[in-house]
Design a protein around this ligand. Structure first.
Ligand code: G3P
Length: 213
């Protein structure tokens, strides 16, 4: 399973990359706007830490998306072009596949969208579990359905669990066998923690202090 950080903050990428567990980063226009930094420079810096950095196109028509996809993929070999799940996006995914440009199809909310994106040649698809949960649907149930569909066919497309909001989303992604989970910094920081680990360390240290040295 690959773990990505969902952020446009380079310091956060550097910190988590040092743990030795980070396989990639996903950004989106909202995250980039939050940081208020130069997008291309940010992406290039992140590419120094991880082999996969998703950078999203902002055009909405296929011609504009294709142009941006060619430009962004030229920035660095680690760039994955993020394309929204629309008809124009499908045309762009097929174009990128033809050109050998790796893609991440974002804003996937149904099995049908997942299948279309895979057939159009997406390298990765990103179903958004948290936003489905927000509407009262079950985001992880969608992941289970997509992986069930994937078990019948030979789609090389990786399923990335996006819009994760808590550690349980990551646990479920792992136990369902999702290929990738992208994780916000605050959630990533919680993953190594367990109260019994802390209690165990305290007991070991207390007992060690009693040993005659
Ligand atoms: O990876 C997609 C993610 O950034 C969306 O997360 O929390 O805005 O739904 P959220």
């Amino acid at each position: 399973m690959k773990l990505f950080l969902d952020t446009a903050n380079v310091d956060q990428v550097a910190e988590i990359a040092a743990w030795g567990v980070l396989d990639g980063v996903t950004t989106n226009p909202s995250l980039v706007a939050k940081e208020g930094k130069d997008f291309k420079k940010t992406v290039l810096k992140m590419c120094e830490y991880v082999p996969s950095v998703s950078a999203q196109v902002t055009a909405t028509d296929a011609d504009g998306m294709k142009k941006q996809a060619v430009e962004m993929s030229d920035w660095h070999t680690h760039v994955i072009v993020k394309v929204p799940m629309t008809v124009e996006g499908l045309k762009t995914l097929a174009f990128c596949k033809e050109k050998g440009i790796r893609t991440n199809c974002t804003l996937v909310f149904s099995v049908n969208q997942a299948v279309l994106a895979a057939k159009a040649g997406a390298t990765i698809i990103s179903p958004f579990v948290g936003r489905l949960d927000d509407t009262g649907e079950n985001g992880m149930a969608l992941i289970a359905q997509i992986l069930q569909a994937w078990s019948h066919y030979a789609f090389p497309t990786e399923v990335l669990v996006a819009s994760t909001r808590n550690p349980d989303h990551i646990t479920q992604a792992a136990t369902l066998g999702a290929h990738i989970a992208t994780i916000p910094y605050e959630v990533m920081k919680k993953l190594p923690l367990h109260p019994l680990t802390d209690a165990g360390i305290k007991k070991f240290m207390d007992d060690w202090a009693k040993v005659r040295k």
